[in-house]
Write a protein that binds this ligand. Sequence first.
Ligand code: LLP
Length: 439
Amino acid sequence: SDTVDRGAGGVLTIGGLTAEQIVEQTGSPVYVIDELDFRGRALSWREAFAGWKVYYAAKSFLCATVARWISEEGLNLDVSSHGELMVALRAGFDPARLALHGNNKSDEVLRLALTSGVGRIVVDSSDEIGRLERLTAELGVRASVLIRVTTGVEAHTHTYIATGHEDQKFGLSITGGQALVGMVRCFHSPNIDLVGIHSHIGSQIFDTHGFEVAARRTLKLVSQFREATGVTLSELDLGGGFGIAYTAEDTPATAADLAASLKDIVAHECRGFGLDVPQLSVEPGRAISGPAGTAIYRVGTVKAVEIGGGHTRRYVSVDGGMSDNIRPALYAAEYSAVLANRASDARPVLSRVVGLHCEGGDILVRDVFLPGDIRPGDLVAVPASGAYSRSMASNYNYTPRPPVVAVRDGTLTPLIHRETLDDLLALDAGLSPRHDEVE
Ligand code: LLP
């Protein structure tokens, strides 16, 4: 990115602070967000997709400050849980600009959404339609709804994060007929306003072909709905999933290029079905938060391991690992890493950056060349750690989760505090009983 660079001294700086200056203030590990980079990406998506609604996907990373940045840059926000909705509302995010997702929303979260004026509820099942009918009647409110459909698109990404194909938990199937049935049911429901349909085909996607097929199948459904009811739905949400560069091999399209091709695709398909172009929206998460975040770790041990053929691999253990970034272990996701606190002319050696957890799969970066003189006390930075890292962090091995800070013009602002061992011990009922409740 523009503002994360290795200065003349080979020292990593982010937002005007060196890695060492940041860690002096925060301790390690830490997730660092370059505020101007984050805001710049948000704005570039909004501008590239002018006329569309751009929902930032909160699941990739959310906290109150990020919700405020998203609001200030003029984007909408996609929340997919009670917690994400609460953060957005507490941060003062305009509820009308929220969309609520989820395949198993509780009555509690639906009530909160309905009473706080959440703009769109993305309905995922016929059970949920029934629940909304009951709750809207009970509360005396109306619900503006998108129906999430499965398009049958097989996105070329890791199977755990592909969501458009038929045999999975999300949405109502187009080919199975449930989508149209659900739409007609919403249409006849007295308190439900069906405004459009939603499709999300998967994540970390690099090519637009899947979106083209999804647009064709969803617009065909819109035209079938028009035949059935005489009404043309006004909104189409094509979801998120736009890939980013984790390593030098990844070459993602820019928001502007994506916008241009998605506009063409939708215009072409609309012509084919004789439909006016609907109000369109997209839901980028990772594309905004991912590249703006860097994880910084402290090296604790360095070990050379014989790997056969006279080769050795350098195992560089850092003070974090799969508890703060599960993606390599879960999706075989690849990252890069750099020595962050000093310049080195030492010969680069094949290295593996590993964590401190008690399993062999606790790998942050499988293969990376790091200077041969890397040693305990050095800092290692892992770029592109802004999405699905803190938001998927765990307390494995009773490890407190690292803090998140924003840096901008040499100033550091805390976004999420460091969790402490006391925080974790306070949840241990055997150590910290709560006399006022039985769980
Ligand atoms: N909209 C919907 C309905 C989604 O389900 C998702 C992601 C997004 C938008 C945003 O996708 P993005 O643009 O960030 O790729 N934990 C996985 C990714 C799971 C994504 C789930 N849904 C990972 O770390 O790769």
